[in-house]
Ligand binder design. Structure first.
Ligand code: SF4
Length: 622
């Protein structure tokens, strides 16, 4: 029997991004457990992560493109599927303009680097105002509040749970979720540790969640009254002279505008409305102010209500007024190794965020983060007139199930002229598609989290190489997205091979992309399979393989060997062919121990330096 070997990868299923140790025999997964040596999750795993193999072997997972013929979705070749998109979509764009095509990005686009980075290429190529995503269902209020307060939509302060003494949680259940807009694997263990060291956790929630059960205190309040509860907390802080900005005073603008703002929100005035005794509100305000180190955290329950943005602002206002923002044991800003607004530019300098630069056609809803609320999607499809949505791309999403009034959206999708989906399943949404492009198996994909290090309880950067090679005839999702982008941009001729996508007219294709250019350090490498060709590349893209340039340039603190989702072969060669190389960030020498490539790298911040640690015993960072 073939010997098994343990490989390592990051779990892609939720925000916790746990490190997994995957025991494999050939292509078969024998066992999945938490990786005890993972620098971030330290061995934690949940049943979803342990079921990684089930997704790989699921017979329902799509492996071949589907194209609608005579009303039925039937299997097709990749070229046939791309050709169908070209044949059906371009006439719609020519007749009705780019806004006639909408894009919906599902939740996995935040979990998969291919979709995160290359979904934007499709959007840019489409040049449509009709962009929707799962974010507007539950999290935009928090991001809007963070953007307005701190200047960036991903400048989200998260509790430093391992060092805090007091944690106030509203409308969130991290015991089950392991964090939302807060990447914190093994929340149950961390909550236990908080309580064991004498800390206190108070949960304010209309439901007795598992987080509430595990906390020191559960305060029931009426649904959607969090805004009154927090306003009463601020009122108490002001009235009882409990405000202590500390060093934050030098960074706060307009703090005096709060004077009198909460005068009407005394605990006695709002307690009846909230269903919380006034004495409890006052006591919690005093506990929050009196704790050595404290943090307030709120999530989905506070965002999916009328005052979601105001509640999100009040959460961080409480953190500010008690001096707990941006300090150890308080609510801190993660510093991701790459793609991070928190680590770019000069402090205090920037334009801030802008919203409402355009509005939805039917109900005049403003955009935020470049997106319109997905609750508008159905009416934008159904309502005739200029700008009506007639075609739709969905990327890894099932909005019929996950968005408000899914039944209406279900009916609306049936009325589209054309629909394309990138998805590994035929589901309630993709069943309406005319063409479906499947992605790869979770075992066949490289992994690097772009979004979640911006929200992590600790700074870490980890990369996982694919555990197995994908079938030769099946493209990566980034390749599919690039070809779709090429089609919608009028570069209709697609190559016949899915793996070799050399452009027949790279100059024309490039000219329609953003004009800012950058030369990538990998520009001279061979084996380019991108449609861009070589030479100067559009901003943010390398020239050799259409990889994001900022991941390929040596100035970026990414783990040794990580260049791009598509450079696995390059990395393998460079690591195994050179026995001694230095980590580009911490400068520690790397020594290859065998000819096989490293599978997975972890890196953690140590002061201002990034320390790289190989997870496999192939090479070591001395
Ligand atoms: S908590 Fe999330 S990341 Fe961790 S194993 Fe479970 S599904 Fe995967």
């Amino acid at each position: 029997m073939e010997a098994s070997e343990t490989k390592f990868r990051i779990c892609p299923f939720c925000e916790a991004t746990c490190g997994l140790a995957v025991e494999m025999r050939g292509r078969e997964v024998v066992r999945v457990r938490g990786d005890d040596d993972d620098v971030f999750s330290h061995g934690f795993v949940c049943p979803k992560g342990a079921a990684l193999a089930d997704l790989d072997t699921d017979p329902d997972r799509l492996r071949t493109p589907l194209v609608r013929r005579n009303g039925e979705l039937v299997e097709a070749t990749w070229d046939e599927a791309f050709a169908e998109v070209e044949r059906r979509l371009l006439p719609i764009i020519q007749a009705h303009g780019n806004d006639a095509v909408a894009v919906y990005l599902g939740n996995p686009t935040a979990h998969k680097i291919d979709l995160t980075l290359y979904g934007q290429v499709l959007i840019k190529g489409l040049r449509t105002r009709n962009i929707f995503s799962a974010s507007t269902v539950d999290q935009i209020p928090k991001q809007l509040a963070s953007g307005l307060m701190f200047g960036g939509y991903l400048s989200v302060a998260v509790p430093d749970i391992d060092r805090t003494d007091y944690l106030l949680v509203l409308g969130a259940n991290p015991f089950d979720s392991n964090g939302s807009l807060w990447t914190v694997p093994d929340f149950p263990g961390r909550l236990r540790a908080l309580r064991q060291r004498g800390g206190r956790c108070v949960v304010v929630d209309p439901r007795r969640t598992r987080t509430a059960q595990a906390a020191d205190e559960h305060v029931f309040l009426r649904p959607a009254t969090d805004v009154h509860f927090l306003a009463a907390i601020v009122h108490t802080l002001q009235q009882e002279d409990l405000i202590d900005l500390g060093r934050l005073a030098a960074h706060c603008n307009g703090i005096q505008t709060l004077d009198g703002l909460f005068a009407d929100f005394s605990p006695e005035a709002v307690g009846v409305h909230c269903g919380v005794p006034a004495a409890s509100i006052r006591r919690i305000a005093r506990e929050l102010a009196g704790a050595e180190r404290a943090a307030v955290y709120a999530r989905i329950g506070t965002c999916t209500q009328s005052f979601g943005t105001t509640v999100s602002w009040l959460v961080d206002l409480c953190n500010v007024l008690t001096g707990n923002l941006d300090r150890e044991g308080g609510a801190m800003f993660p510093r991701a190794a790459a793609f991070a607004a928190n680590t770019r530019g000069r402090p205090g300098v920037g334009r801030g965020v802008r919203t409402g630069r355009r509005h939805s056609r039917v109900r005049n809803a403003p955009e935020v983060m470049g997106e319109l609320p997905v609750a508008c999607l159905a009416e934008e499809i159904e309502t005739p007139g200029d700008g009506q949505i007639r075609a739709l791309f969905t990327v890894a999403g099932n909005p019929v199930l996950s968005t408000p009034n899914g039944e209406r959206l279900d009916r609306a999708l049936a009325g589209l002229d054309f629909m394309v989906s990138l998805d590994i399943y035929l589901n309630e949404t993709t069943r309406h598609a005319d063409v479906i492009f499947p992605g790869l198996s979770v075992l066949e994909e490289a992994h690097f989290d772009v979004a979640f290090p911006q929200l992590s309880y600790r700074n870490a950067a980890r990369y996982s190489a694919p555990l197995v090679d994908p079938p030769a005839d099946r493209p990566h999702e980034w390749q599919t997205l690039l070809r779709l982008a090429g089609i919608v941009m009028g570069r209709a001729r697609t190559p016949t091979s899915t793996r070799s996508t050399t452009s027949s007219s790279p100059r024309r294709f490039r000219a329609r992309l953003p004009t800012s250019t950058r030369t990538c350090s990998t520009a001279t490498r061979r084996s380019c399979s991108s449609p861009y060709g070589r030479g100067a590349a559009p901003h943010g893209w390398s020239t050799s393989r259409c990889a994001p340039a900022h991941m390929a340039t040596p100035s970026v603190p990414t783990p040794m060997g990580f260049r791009s989702p598509c450079s696995r072969r390059i990395r393998t060669v460079s690591i195994s062919a050179r026995s001694n190389r230095a980590c580009p960030r911490c400068c520690a020498p790397l020594r290859a121990r065998s000819n096989s490539p490293p599978i997975c790298w972890s890196a953690t911040w140590s002061g201002s330096a990034l320390r790289c640690t190989p997870i496999t015993p192939v090479a070591t960072c001395a």
